[in-house]
Design a protein around this ligand. Structure first.
Ligand code: FAD
Ligand code: FES
Length: 283
């Protein structure tokens, strides 16, 4: 059991929680994630470690209410307990000789992009951030990103805040300005990662994406998170979640994720008559 030590809202769509998990706080590196179960009856879901403080033993998660489990989690308050909180899982991000980086986040993917910017900034590698959102209401982590990068560019699809347009347009404009990035890290919806990778491929810039297939056990045993990268089958939970953005089969990943969507929808709409909540497709 892990205690929630802080809870606050980040935007109209996202929430931050700090959880007492000293062993994870000591060992976690940027790019890694945890798998949690809100209660003994719940399903397991993966969430990226957004921040960690080895001194206090607190691990920060940031999440969007996407369905049954994240909704249940959002109803927990400071002082409440989470049944299981397991990690750190996955491979840490390898920055391999980067000298100037651009981190591109889309929507709630910004929660996953934030620790990347912070890690690069802490290592002294110049880093710009492009954070894209649908509208002003969805903008989050502006102060945190400002403190963790050299230049922050916020874009909104509808122009209600920051630069009007998509992150890909801003990225290409900055590359053409001569920013000289030799590493781009893109995290967000699958189409966004696909199109960022198409832009950077044109300019020959190394690109890392963080993939989000449905995960079940998080140990490489169930095969639920399999993705095709460079024609080979990989398991995102143990081989990733980071992969070379120019080698990922994004269309295959979108197909697999949409396969689960109907199941998740049915589970979310299900009203249990025997006193249990939610579903247990992966619990
Ligand atoms: C490595 C990794 C890191 C992630 N980090 C974050 C994060 O930091 N913040 C955040 O908001 N979200 C993150 N996600 C996505 C998050 O796991 C899903 O939003 C969550 O599982 C939704 O569960 P739900 O029951 O609330 O919604 P559901 O209604 O069950 O699902 C909504 C959508 O979430 C996805 N999803 C559902 N179950 C899983 C699962 N077990 N594994 C992966 N995706 C699932 C599916 O695309 C689904 O259509 C991450 C996913 C992965 C794989
Ligand atoms: S989640 Fe089961 S193999 Fe990755």
């Amino acid at each position: 059991m892990n205690r929630i030590t802080e809870k606050r809202s980040l935007s109209s769509a996202a929430m931050l929680m700090k959880v007492d998990a000293p062993d994870i706080a000591k060992r976690v590196k940027a790019g890694q994630f945890i798998i949690l179960r809100v209660d003994e009856m719940g399903e397991r879901i993966p969430l990226t470690v957004a921040d960690a403080d080895p001194a206090t033993g607190e691990v920060t998660i940031m999440f969007q209410v996407a369905g049954a489990t994240t909704r249940l989690l959002s109803m927990k308050e400071k002082g409440d307990y989470i049944a299981d909180f397991v990690g750190p899982l996955g491979e840490p991000t390898h920055y391999d000789g980067a000298t100037k980086a651009c981190v591109v986040g889309g929507g709630v993917g910004c929660a996953i992009a934030y620790p990347q910017a912070k890690a690069l900034h802490t290592m002294g590698i110049p880093v710009d951030v492009i954070a894209g959102f649908k509208t002003k209401e969805a903008v989050m982590l502006e102060d945190e990103f400002t403190a963790a990068c050299d230049n922050l560019y916020i874009t909104t699809d509808d122009g209600s805040y920051g630069i009007h347009g998509f992150v890909t347009n801003q990225l290409e404009a900055l590359i053409n300005e001569g920013k000289g990035y030799d590493l781009v890290i893109a995290i967000g919806p699958i189409p966004m990662m696909k199109f960022v990778s198409k832009v950077t491929e044109k300019y020959g810039i190394k690109t890392i994406v963080s993939l989000n297939p449905v995960m079940i056990d998080g140990t490489g045993m169930c095969g639920g998170c399999r993705v095709t990268v460079g024609g080979e089958t990989k398991f995102a939970c143990v081989d990733g979640p980071d992969f070379d953005g120019h080698l990922v089969d994004y269309d295959g990943l979108m197909n697999r994720n949409s396969f689960y969507k109907e199941m998740e929808k049915a589970k979310d709409e299900h009203v249990c008559r025997i006193g249990l909540h939610g579903g247990h497709h992966n619990g």
